[in-house]
Design a protein around this ligand. Sequence first.
Ligand SMILES: NC(=O)c1ccc[n+]([C@@H]2O[C@H](COP(=O)([O-])OP(=O)(O)OC[C@H]3O[C@@H](n4cnc5c(N)ncnc54)[C@H](O)[C@@H]3O)[C@@H](O)[C@H]2O)c1
Ligand SMILES: [Zn+2]
Ligand SMILES: [Zn+2]
Length: 330
Amino acid sequence: MRAALIKDVQQVDVVTVDDPAPGPRDVVVQVAACGICGTDLHILDGEFAPALPIVPGHEFAGVVVAAGPAVSELAPGQRVAVDPSLYCHECHYCRLGHGNLCERWNAIGVSVPGGAAEFAVAPAANCIPLPGHVRLEDAALIEPLSCAIRGYDVLNRQPLGAHVLIYGSGTMGLMMLQLAKRTGAASVDVVDLNPQRLATAVTLGCSATATSADELDRPRGWELVVDATGAGPAIADGLGRVAPGGTFLQFGVASYDTRVAIEPYRIYNKEITITGSMAVLHSFERAAELFAGGLLDPDIFISDRLPLEDYAGALDRFKRGQGRKIQVLP
Ligand SMILES: NC(=O)c1ccc[n+]([C@@H]2O[C@H](COP(=O)([O-])OP(=O)(O)OC[C@H]3O[C@@H](n4cnc5c(N)ncnc54)[C@H](O)[C@@H]3O)[C@@H](O)[C@H]2O)c1
Ligand SMILES: [Zn+2]
Ligand SMILES: [Zn+2]
């Protein structure tokens, strides 16, 4: 089969590799579409993935074409979205129900071959059947949505009636916007350096947009500030915008060496919470249901569909901030 391969740092190609074979409780999924996200760029930079080479792609959906001998619940022809999380189910954190912090954490497309390929292997337990009205290619959005839902899960208090400020108007910032509206935010403001990205936030009904939060009029700050950029300057700025009693959510993935200053006095004196959320935890099923229910308009979220053979071009396009969610179609 054809598959994208990140061979080494900054080296990506599309190559021919052996067709995958399922283990006893695995299925083989013929990939319909695979989304590209910041994590793929981190892997290309030599961060996040434990080892290279790797076939990337952790956001995908497709059709089951083969099943291992111990799989009875999924048959060839079944349309599925795939949760890429591979927890060991045995370590300290898994036993605590915190599989996304697994000591032997693995994920499809990060540490085992992923969905930027014609076929991918996934445990049957990770495959969520899709209802007939969901377009298969669109269902590749369920994985990023399940991360955004995990982001809301970690908040101690739901932002009911809260004023929310989101840094980053890429796919993840826009999903956080949709969920903030859905969970009863009083207002949702979005900051991004890229005006084209902000235009989409307006289309999706945010309250205000700006290229700097200085332009936004909220002297008391925001009860919930979300970083969906991973960029040090945005994080540093956002930390100072949290209202007394409010929460800062570190959702964006910063590079390993990013450092920002915090103000311990203000964190103490204004009871500010700083928290993070990592990938998917018990949130894929809910993401699939919300997605099928129309939470997101895929035609707004997905801007580009490129052939798998142009995987490098798709990564490059994403890196330059062009479009929104970019997919490759094997
Ligand atoms: N926590 C998780 O589980 C999880 C899951 C998926 C993605 N992520 C991370 O979330 C982040 C966003 O993902 P995405 O796919 O939307 O990425 P993206 O690159 O499409 O969007 C990021 C946006 O941030 C903007 N930006 C960059 N620097 C900025 C600054 N200083 N101020 C304001 N805006 C700035 C960019 O213009 C861009 O529009 C990435 O870091 C990604 O790795 C985290
Ligand atoms: Zn992703
Ligand atoms: Zn574990």
